[in-house]
Design a protein around this ligand. Structure first.
Ligand code: UDP
Length: 349
């Protein structure tokens, strides 16, 4: 029998790509989403891509304990991938209670219910934001976590710690009744791009905070001009360096991590992996690569630095490469072409 994976936040940007790759890999997937930051576009896209109309979908809020408990009673869940969280850094600074309540309570519910229903494998979607402005680059999983600079970033650190503690506390439980929780935290660098089918991708609400959706919306004419935040940083071209990871590659890393848990291959009951390409790319390089691969000119200007941005961060991917047997494969050009194809799909072009 195929193992069953619950994807919370499965109708969102990363969750929808992960759902596709899990199904392609032969897993049964149950999607839970409260639709607070997406519509059905991506879930419909997922069904088209995999050619299935029968993917169980629960429109529930993971902050609702009873609803999560009911889902686990109805479905025999072997692993959970938890995406359901708010993710806007600036909004989290303005509305910390909303962020702490949502991101912590939903994860606590997932963990409590996982433990109650005989134990589970839990994969948490964490972020390279936990490293802050790292002293040594690239960052390894052993690099120190620095104090978070936003409530959003803090919820990522706190959820990692909660997972670690629940794994430790439940290690001795046998699986009848309450059971052990095993955990993996994946620390993503900068996910970008879309599925090659252009049927799923990022759907920002309002003005995008992230670079690539701002680029594609500028190219399609939805935004007038891209501001490149800061060109006086101590880097070669003066703009910030990031590790842009293709969303399909990122999704495949989740499949590798889930398989590792379900196949009993974990070396510790709680593990952490960086998920990136290992290649630093500057904002300016990304913008010019987008222009070149898609054969267009982007309206952009240099603007002041954005408060809170780190100068440079990229991943040491050795651990993920060796232990998960996973490696980022798509080139940044392919990824930027896919982002543009998705924006055009949205515009009906
Ligand atoms: N950025 C930019 N203009 C934008 C959005 C982002 O120049 O409209 C820059 C931002 O300053 C950072 C990089 O692009 O150096 C990546 O930003 P993003 O918000 O996508 O991800 P972050 O690394 O902040 O999580």
């Amino acid at each position: 029998m195929a193992k069953k994976v619950l994807v919370s936040g499965g109708a969102g940007y990363i969750g929808s790509h992960v759902t596709v790759e899990l199904i392609n890999a032969g897993y049964e997937v149950v999607v839970a989403d409260n639709m607070s930051n997406c519509d059905m576009t991506c879930f419909e896209g997922v069904k088209k891509i995999v050619g299935r109309d029968d993917i169980p979908f629960y429109q529930i809020d993971c902050c609702d304990y009873q609803a999560v408990d009911k889902l686990f009673t109805e479905q025999k869940i072997d692993a959970v991938i938890h995406f359901a969280a708010f993710k806007a850094v600036g909004e989290s600074v303005a509305e910390p209670i909303k962020y702490y309540r949502n991101n912590l309570v939903s994860f606590l519910n997932i963990l409590e219910v996982s433990q109650k229903h005989g134990g589970c494998n839990v994969l948490f979607s964490s972020s390279a934001t936990v490293y802050g402005e790292a002293e040594k680059l690239p960052v390894t999983e052993e690099s120190p976590r620095l104090p978070a600079t936003s409530p959003y970033g803090n919820t990522k650190q706190m959820c990692e710690d909660i997972l670690r503690d629940v794994v430790a506390a439940t290690a001795g439980l046998s699986a009848d009744g309450e059971g052990p929780v095993k955990g993996i935290a994946l620390r993503y660098f900068n996910p970008i791009g879309a599925h090659p089918s252009a049927l799923i991708g990022e759907l920002p609400r309002g003005v995008p905070n992230n670079l690539v959706p701002f680029i594609t919306q500028t190219a399609i004419g939805k935004r007038e001009c891209l501001s490149i935040f800061g060109n006086d940083y101590p880097t070669e071209d003066g703009t910030c360096l990031r590790d842009y990871i293709d969303v399909v590659d990122l999704a495949k890393a989740h499949v590798a991590a889930v398989s590792r848990m379900l196949d009993g291959k974990m070396k510790k009951d709680y593990e952490i992996f960086n998920i990136g390409t290992g290649r630093p790319v500057s904002v300016y390089e990304l913008v010019t690569a987008f222009e070149k691969v898609n054969g267009l000119k982007l309206n952009y200007k240099f603007a002041p630095r954005r408060p809170g941005d780190v100068v440079a961060i990229w991943a040491d991917t050795a651990l993920a490469n060796d232990e998960l047997g996973w490696k980022a494969e798509r080139t940044v050009e392919e990824t930027l072409a896919s982002a543009w194809a998705w924006e055009k799909h949205l515009a009906g072009k």
